[in-house]
Design a binder for this molecule. Structure first.
Ligand code: ADQ
Length: 478
């Protein structure tokens, strides 16, 4: 596995070294998979104590209390972090793929460093990969890696999964290095996206860029290499979410919290503090909702958890400020001594706290402006049987989760109406809508995603009965 973000980060504070698991859909999704399959995960060692606990090659066995696989850390210097990660990935690919072209900073130095870092990961992967290994690359940080690996390791199977939207060619083509990026990706045997529309956009981009490529609805032949392209909508570890959220201690704490909050109904948002997540519009819609339905004053609170992310980038800092101003204004306008309309938590919460909030929230508002998939929608559905999900039509999740209340996140009035509909929904209607959503999240869980991906890739996971573990893959076909 190759990804930018590592699944375990070691940080030193006054009390000593602590191991944290970072937020973000990617790690939440893949760690359970790696624990089952074992193997090597190559990633940027971003923690300030990472080097201390790893060996001279940057290797460490994880999870520490029950080691199951090797994490190989790659060291990046501050310039590289700034130009490859904050620069190319987060200020070029991220905004462009989320249709925020105007936020893209198309600086050549970002591109040069991005190429250099891809080379660094290439060398580490070449050191770790065994002849039969399947090499799975995650996300937008390593678009050049598949083709570079293909040259060195013609016989290994290489796949890349893209976790964010893939935009139409007209948008993608603002990137001056678009040809190199697409060519890099086409070194993979298999490319995965969350939805059919991202697949179609990718195929369209390849057709435009390389007129001599042969492109079908699910594969591309380019320079003699075949790349299959398919949608694999990612899921969550449903059973684990069920288990963790139904522990007695957690239920008790949730009940206590609910009664302390002293409101009749709770609306919840949980996001990284990213401009794609639509937090500001959600707050404005809540304001409209309170204005239009004063009967809810004093009775409904909106809890927004927004974890800090990419705060080195000015757009993120500006957005944080606008959100905080809006929270202050909305609360100033409606607040009563005994009631706070918006409870804003600008922190990464421990997992149990997020589960508790999922449990007590009557309504979850998952209303990104645009989102590759969005795992929060699936986590909420897994945990809360009686809730209502309001979901943006521009989240990848809406392609599958169509019995949610689907909204346009730009349409504040429609979102305010959706809130009223959700909060006054009868228990029967809640169940009618929630039933199919739960089925879907349960059926298409993270292991379904993994199986589907690996099956398409020609890898079979074999159950080792004695160890009770899924072990190394065997090829089904060439
Ligand atoms: P992300 O943009 O990070 O992932 P998402 O899919 O919503 O988004 O996953 C976020 C994860 O972080 C969830 O597991 C959530 O519970 C957790 N989280 C968020 N805020 C938190 C907080 N304050 N405290 C604690 N936990 C918090 C990218 C793409 C998505 C895609 C995933 C997986 O942008 O579209 O779904 O990858 O492919």
């Amino acid at each position: 596995m190759v990804s930018n973000r590592e699944p375990y980060i070691h940080e030193r504070n006054k009390k000593g070294i602590r191991c944290k698991t970072p937020i973000g859909g990617l790690v939440a999704a893949i760690d359970p998979v790696m624990q089952r399959t074992r193997g090597v995960w190559i990633a940027w060692g971003s923690g300030n104590a990472d080097a201390e606990v790893a060996d001279e090659k940057g290797r460490i066995q994880v999870p520490e209390d029950d080691p199951r696989y090797t994490l190989r850390r790659i060291w990046l210097d501050p310039k590289e972090i700034n130009e490859y990660y904050y620069g190319f990935s987060n200020r070029i690919i991220w905004p462009v793929c989320h249709l925020f072209q105007e936020k893209a900073r198309l600086l050549p130095e970002y591109w040069e460093t991005y190429k250099k870092v891809n080379q660094r990961f290439l060398r580490a992967t070449l050191e770790e990969a065994l002849p039969d290994d399947h090499i799975w690359i995650q996300d937008v940080h390593f678009t050049l890696l598949p083709a570079a690996l293909r040259e060195e390791l013609p016989d290994n199977d290489i796949a890349l999964f893209w976790h964010i939207p893939f935009p139409p060619w007209e948008t993608f083509s603002c990137i001056p290095w678009r040809k190199e990026i697409l060519e890099g990706m086409l070194g993979a045997d298999l490319l995965g996206f969350h939805t059919e529309s991202y697949v179609a956009n990718f195929l369209g981009a390849v057709k435009k860029e390389f007129p001599d490529a042969q492109v079908s609805s699910s594969a591309i032949r380019y320079k003699g290499q075949i790349t299959r392209v398919r949608a694999f909508p990612i899921g969550i570890d449903y059973n684990r979410y069920r288990e963790l959220s139904s522990r007695d201690s957690l239920r008790r704490r949730a009940t206590q919290l609910r009664s302390k909050m002293n409101v009749q109904q709770i609306i919840l948002g949980v996001d990284r503090l990213d401009y794609t997540k639509g937090i500001l519009n959600r707050l404005l819609a809540f304001e409209k909702f309170l204005e239009a339905h004063p009967k809810h004053l004093g009775k409904v609170s909106f809890v927004q958890v927004a974890s800090p992310t990419r705060s080195a980038i000015s757009e993120y800092r500006e957005m944080k400020q606008r959100i905080e101003e809006t929270v202050g204004r909305v609360n100033g306008k409606f607040q009563r001594p005994q009631w706070t309309p918006v409870i804003y938590i600008n922190r990464h919460l421990p997992g149990d706290d997020v589960l508790m909030l999922y449990r007590i929230a009557d309504v979850a508002m998952v209303t990104p402006i645009i989102d590759g998939m969005n795992l929060v929608a699936k986590e909420y559905v897994a945990v809360n049987e009686n809730g209502v999900l309001i979901l943006s039509e521009f989240a990848g999740a809406s392609e599958e989760m169509d019995s949610a209340i689907i909204v346009n996140p730009y349409d504040l009035d429609a979102m305010a109406r959706a809130l009223e509909e959700a909060l006054s929904m009868s228990p029967e209607e809640r169940t009618r809508r929630m039933g199919p959503l739960r089925e879907l999240v349960k059926e298409r869980d993270i292991f379904w995603w993994l199986d589907t991906f690996l099956e398409e890739w020609g890898v079979e996971l074999m159950m080792d009965q004695e160890a009770g573990q899924i072990v190394a893959g065997a090829r089904l076909s060439e």
